[in-house]
Design a protein around this ligand. Structure first.
Ligand code: AP5
Length: 225
């Protein structure tokens, strides 16, 4: 099953992608996490993207596509993947189609997590992220361990630098300008699924899994992807 998740910053893409990937036994590939890890590790990629992430702008398509292409040919993606944060532009969407076509497969579904901008901003303000493994928490909905430690790996949990209010605004503007057109792109192909993301994450996950199962039973896409 080859799935992409779309939605505003803070819509819950990372949260749902992790749950879905664990349920389906598929790799969860998050371009934002790949970039943040590269910045933290001070790699060549990290120095290329650090200022872009700090501004809340998009990393250039060519670079992002090359990274995803390299990741998707790895053996663990043979039976599918859950992509979180990619594609984010029409050019990335077209590139993903062509990467998959080169392997004789196709995208199964694009899932749109619908949430209001107001709710997204509230979630981003309360989000905390593990400095080591990237696990995500929310100060109210899903707090980390006492002492701000990650439940998964025990490392400190902090606020992401790009969750600052002015950077959030840039990220939301980039989403509206560059990513929203992808909804029409997938809708036209009949592979867009919309899910109400403004509910507790367990409910969203259950709905998402049900919709994917219904789609598998009811057809609508030529290829299970
Ligand atoms: P990225 O890391 O992809 O950030 P984003 O798209 O802005 O998405 P977020 O991670 O902010 O939110 P999310 O939807 O994953 O929400 P989450 O599950 O964490 O990208 C960061 C940067 O990298 C970009 O700005 C860009 O510079 C660069 N980049 C990445 N990909 C790129 C690409 N393809 N092309 C170019 N540049 C790229 O949830 C948010 C919070 O809400 C959490 O605290 C969570 O615990 C909480 N929460 C989640 N679900 C619920 C719920 N149902 N109820 C209550 N709380 C919830």
């Amino acid at each position: 099953m080859r799935i992409v998740l779309l939605g505003l910053p803070g819509a819950g893409k990372g949260t749902q992608a992790a749950l879905l990937a664990a349920t389906a036994g598929l790799p969860h590939i998050a371009t934002g996490t790949i970039f943040r890890m590269a910045v933290a590790a001070e790699t060549a990629l990290g120095s290329q993207v650090r200022l872009i992430l700090e501004r809340g702008a998009l990393v250039p398509d060519q670079l992002t596509i090359a990274i995803v292409r390299e990741r998707l040919v790895q053996a663990d993606c043979r039976n599918g993947f859950v992509l979180d944060g990619f594609p984010r532009t029409l050019a990335q969407g077209e590139a993903l189609d062509s990467i998959l076509a080169d392997s004789g497969v196709a995208l199964y579904r694009a899932v749109y997590l619908e949430i209001s901008e107001e709710r997204a901003v509230a979630r981003l303000a309360g989000r905390r992220t593990c400095t080591h493994c990237g696990a995500t928490y929310h100060v109210q909905a899903d707090p980390p361990e006492r002492g701000n430690l990650c439940r998964r790996c025990g490392h400190p949990v902090v606020q992401r630098a790009d969750d600052a209010e002015d950077v959030q605004r840039s990220r939301i503007a980039a989403y509206r300008r560059d990513t929203v057109p992808l909804l029409g792109y997938y809708q036209q192909r009949g592979i867009l699924l919309s899910v109400d993301g403004d509910r507790p994450s367990g409910e969203v996950a259950a709905d998402l899994i049900r919709l994917l199962a219904d789609a598998a039973g009811g057809g609508g896409a030529d290829d299970r992807g």
